[in-house]
Design a binder for this molecule. Structure first.
Ligand code: NAD
Length: 424
């Protein structure tokens, strides 16, 4: 099938181009017609605003803010807001599309969006960040809304910024609208279970994949790259289910203990050590990147994008890769990994536990009700397990790797919904 406007594939080592190249492959498997293909690859709405802010020294600085709504076909759009100097419209566009596929793959009724402000929050005071956040929210009052577009934290933002956004939006409406953002502090309507949600989803995906590969969790060994929110919870929950975590790593390096690292202890150490494992003595230190090629059953990249590349993919010995991070595997590495017969639980499936519990936060806010942590975990585990099964079956039916299967599931769902809803 010929496309009128094929998705640009400029640099396959770039995670966003990687995403589009996989979209393209999945679209071909589905035989997606050109019209729908073009609708799905183009963002529905792009907003760029200038935000003049009075800094603490009295000067006025103008910041650029973005919000891209990729799709509202499945429901109101959902996606984080990042504060970073690297934010630009192309990145925001790609991440917005990514959110569309992620929500569709776990079957939650959301479209995809992303936002950001080009700024360096580490060089700003809390007051400056608050003014910037309120100004951004005010300028997006006609974009955001619990039934329209629901922001959440991303790089450089957290519960504090979400509280300001919720308050600024609520003031503009003259009433409390806590369902307008997720990732809020618990007292403002945040959900129990949100903090560990992504790591928990990684654990559920890992166990589901291991069942298919007939790997016994009690005999399995794991290596987890990244010991932040996602990596440390995934490691802890897998250890609790009988797994042996032989290696963890963070920005300070990788730590190996063949007998298994005591994850609870390592988390405690990190918490009392400025957030890093530097100096951890419960394991031997090795070069950070070497964690990827250790002799383990399961490798969990949960640090950053583009770590598994064409250069190191050949040396990976794990039987299963469960992607906690977004875009940890480049498109060029995909082929090598597939040829080696390694199963991959891809990012848009394996790390969707976070957005799933964000969805629960929104549901609870709209119900005016609070669920227990136990109910949140039970329901998110079920969503993650069901999504895994659907993607697995699709991978068997189309005879494609799990990653392409996940895109097929997502694109098929959005395309079918689009056709039912119809256009002009
Ligand atoms: P985090 O900041 O809490 O932790 C990141 C960890 O990675 C830290 O331990 C850091 O030291 C480590 N790290 C950074 N660079 C590294 C390197 N080169 N080698 C080894 N370790 C390195 O971040 P997080 O929230 O855990 O997110 C990790 C990844 O998961 C990101 O790709 C993020 O986009 C993705 N993700 C997070 C969530 C979530 O809910 N937090 C949801 C979906 C996806």
């Amino acid at each position: 099938m010929g496309y009128i406007e094929p998705a640009p594939i400029i640099d396959l080592e770039n995670p966003f181009e990687s995403m589009m190249s996989r979209f393209h492959i999945a679209a071909q498997h589905l035989g997606l017609d050109d019209e729908v293909y073009n609708v799905l690859k183009s963002p529905a709405r792009q907003v760029i605003v200038s935000l003049p802010i009075t800094m603490d020294d009295g000067s006025i600085q103008v910041f650029e803010g973005y919000r891209v709504i990729h799709s509202t076909i499945l429901g109101p759009s959902k996606g984080g807001v990042r504060y970073d100097m690297g934010v630009n419209i192309d990145e925001v566009k790609a991440l917005a599309a990514w959110m569309t596929w992620k929500c569709a793959v776990v079957d939650i009724p959301y479209g995809g969006a992303k936002g950001g402000i080009k700024c360096n929050p580490r060089a700003m005071s809390s007051g400056e960040i608050e003014r910037l956040t309120r100004s951004y929210t005010e300028s997006m009052v006609d974009v955001f809304g619990p039934d329209r577009d629901i922001p959440a934290p991303d790089m450089g933002t957290g519960p504090r910024e979400m509280a300001w956004m919720m308050d600024a939006y609520s003031r503009s409406k003259g009433m409390t609208v806590n369902a307008v953002v997720t990732g809020k502090p618990i007292v403002l309507g945040g959900s129990l279970g949100r903090t560990e949600a992504t790591g928990r989803g990684v654990m559920v995906s890992a166990l589901a994949a291991m069942e298919k590969l007939k790997i016994n969790p009690y005999k399995a060994t794991f290596a987890v790259q990244g010991f932040g929110n996602v990596g440390s919870f995934a490691a802890l929950l897998l250890e609790e289910r009988g797994g042996t975590i032989v290696s963890v790593s963070d920005i300070s390096g990788a730590y190996v203990n063949e007998k298994g690292i005591n994850i609870k202890e390592a988390i405690e150490y990190r918490n009392n050590n400025n957030g890093t494992l530097e100096g951890y003595t419960g394991a031997d230190k090795i070069n950070g990147n070497d964690i990827l090629t250790l002799e383990v059953d399961v490798l969990i990249p949960a640090a950053k994008e583009d770590v598994i590349t064409a250069e190191n993919a050949n040396n990976i010995k794990a039987k299963l890769i469960v992607e906690g991070a977004n875009g940890p595997t480049s498109a060029k590495a995909d082929k090598i990994i597939n040829d080696k017969g390694i199963m991959v639980a891809p990012d848009i499936l394996a790390n969707a536990g976070g957005v799933t519990v964000s969805y629960f936060e929104w549901v609870q806010n709209r119900l005016g009700y609070k669920w227990t942590a136990e109910r949140v975990s039970r329901r998110s585990d079920r969503i993650m397990k069901d999504a895994f099964e659907v993607v697995y079956k699709t991978s068997v039916a189309y005879d494609v790797p799990m990653r392409i299967a996940a895109y097929i599931v997502a694109i098929d769902k959005v395309a079918k919904t689009y056709k039912y809803r119809g256009g002009y």
